[in-house]
Every structure is written in structure tokens, then in C-alpha cells.
Design a protein around this ligand. Structure first.
Ligand code: SF4
Length: 272
């Protein structure tokens, strides 16, 4: 393992699990995505930029800039629709009386690494914390799929492990943590995941195991699941085809969007 890698995030862990080769190209060799040549990829890139911009609009609003002023910056069809859905999102109005911590970064030691996550929003009500993550996916993923993603596991576990300063110096009890994915195109169908002490223990043990595996890894094989390559930006490095696959599998499509997802941790990894 090169010295250069000292940070792990939900996205690098997910890449390692999905395809060790992708993890190597992205986080060890730090290869930029190759030139985007195909139409689906161009669309993905535009969608990604709009997703990033949407996150910025929400963050501006959460730190106090009036909605009308922020809304004037929503200058594409997608942004206007997402912003309007966001304003209609009743839950946010209810949050106004709570302690809101937009774009908080938490980190904790994990083996030889630091585990880092940047949260879109943590809302605190006494000793109860709700983690919000805004998603601009074109499809609403199944809850079962979200439940096992590293993001869902890392964000809740890291809040237990490293969030005491948000709770008067006391670690949050896992039972007092909930994670909510809110989908800008499916505003009335958020996915909610409560937490439990035994799940926290399983998650943290699994994190320690995968960090140890990454520390001792000497080879980074390509995934056997060739379908995962259909939308992978590194296809041309792996002789797994140069054009994006057909949009046949909904979950694969979502995984593709995840690859182009707003990735603050990666920004954190570069700056850390
Ligand atoms: S193209 Fe396939 S094998 Fe290559 S990095 Fe991507 S997912 Fe892994």
C-alpha cells in the first residue's frame, strides 16, 4: 500500500468492494477519468454538475440565505424542479427549530487510516441526530440496495464514533441516530434508516476488517462482475469496452450515478 493513501471514505470503500482495480486506479494511481466520449457519459457529467450545484444551493439556504435569492440561481430545468421540490419538502420546515449542521466533516482513526465523511446535513434535536443526504438520482434506488451501501454504514457509524462534540461531549447512542436519503426527483419517497447498537458493532468491525484488508493488499483484481464495467469510467484501461452499456439494469444505472455522485470526501481526501 503506498504511503500516499491515508484516508478512507465511503466512496473509496465502495470502490474497493465493487472492484479492487477501480480502487487502485482511482485512489492509488489517482488517474483522472479518461476523456468522456459517449453520449450517456456526457449526460452523466452534466447531471453530476447540476447535482453539485443543487447541493451548493441547499447549503447556501441552510446557512441563512433566503429561498427566493437562492432560487434565482436555479437556472436549468433540473435545478428548478429540484429546488421547488426541496422547498415543498415539509420535513425541512420542521427542522428549522433544530440545531442544523450543514456540510459537517467527521473523521476517526481506522487502523492505519483515518475514516472521513462529509455530511450534507446533520440535524440535532436534544440527543437525537438525523443525517440527511440529498440525492439527485434519476431513479429511486431500492431501500435494500441503499441499506448495504458503505455510505449508509459509514455515515451512521462515524457519527457514533466521532460526533460527541455535536452532543454536549457525549457520543450519540446508535438508537438515537437516523439516516435519511432525500431524492430531489422523488421528494415524497425518502429512505430512512434507523440505527441500533448491534448494527453499529457489526459496521465498525467490518470497517476494521476492510481497512486491514486494504493495508495488506498486494493485488487489485478486476471485478468478476463484468456488468459493473458497463458504466465504469475506467473501461478503456481494462479492455472492458469503450462505450457505455445499455441502460438495462436499474441498480447498475444507479451505481453509475453513484460513480458520478457529488463526492465531497474525495475533495477532502485531496486536501487532507
Ligand atoms: S472497467 Fe471494470 S474492471 Fe475496470 S476498473 Fe471499472 S469496474 Fe473495474
Amino acid at each position: 500500500m503506498p504511503e500516499i493513501l491515508n484516508i478512507l471514505s465511503q466512496s473509496s470503500l465502495q470502490d474497493y468492494q465493487d472492484c479492487p482495480r477501480r480502487f487502485k486506479l482511482r485512489y492509488l494511481q489517482r488517474l483522472a477519468y479518461p476523456a468522456i466520449e459517449t453520449e450517456p457519459a456526457l449526460e452523466n457529467e452534466k447531471h453530476q454538475q447540476e447535482g453539485e450545484y443543487f447541493h451548493r444551493l441547499v447549503q447556501q439556504h441552510l446557512i441563512g440565505i433566503p429561498a427566493e435569492q437562492v432560487g434565482r440561481l436555479a437556472n436549468t430545468d433540473n435545478l428548478q424542479r429540484w429546488w421547488s421540490h426541496f422547498l415543498d419538502f415539509g420535513g425541512l420546515k420542521d427542522l428549522r427549530s433544530l440545531g442544523l449542521y450543514p456540510e459537517v466533516t467527521l473523521s476517526a482513526p481506522l487502523g492505519k487510516f483515518r475514516l472521513v465523511a462529509k455530511y450534507d446535513l446533520i440535524a440535532i434535536d436534544k440527543d437525537h441526530a438525523t443525517i440527511f443526504d440529498w440525492k439527485t438520482y434519476r431513479r429511486r434506488p431500492k431501500n435494500e440496495w441503499l441499506h448495504v451501501r458503505w455510505q449508509t454504514r459509514v455515515y451512521r457509524a462515524l457519527l457514533v464514533q466521532a460526533g460527541a462534540h455535536l452532543n454536549n461531549g457525549n457520543p450519540f447512542a446508535p438508537e438515537k441516530i437516523e439516516m435519511v436519503y432525500w431524492f430531489a426527483d422523488f421528494p415524497t419517497e425518502p429512505a430512512r434508516f434507523v440505527y441500533k447498537a448491534d448494527q453499529f458493532k457489526r459496521d465498525w468491525d467490518a470497517l476494521i476488517r476492510i481497512a486491514e484488508e486494504i493495508t495488506s493488499a498486494s493485488s487489485y483484481p478486476k471485478t468478476d462482475e463484468v456488468s459493473k464495467c458497463s458504466y465504469c469510467p475506467y473501461r478503456s484501461y481494462c479492455n472492458r469496452g469503450v462505450r457505455a452499456g445499455d441502460a438495462a439494469d436499474a441498480e447498475l444505472e444507479t451505481e453509475a450515478e453513484e460513480l458520478f455522485d457529488v463526492n465531497f470526501e474525495q475533495i477532502g481526501e485531496i486536501a487532507f
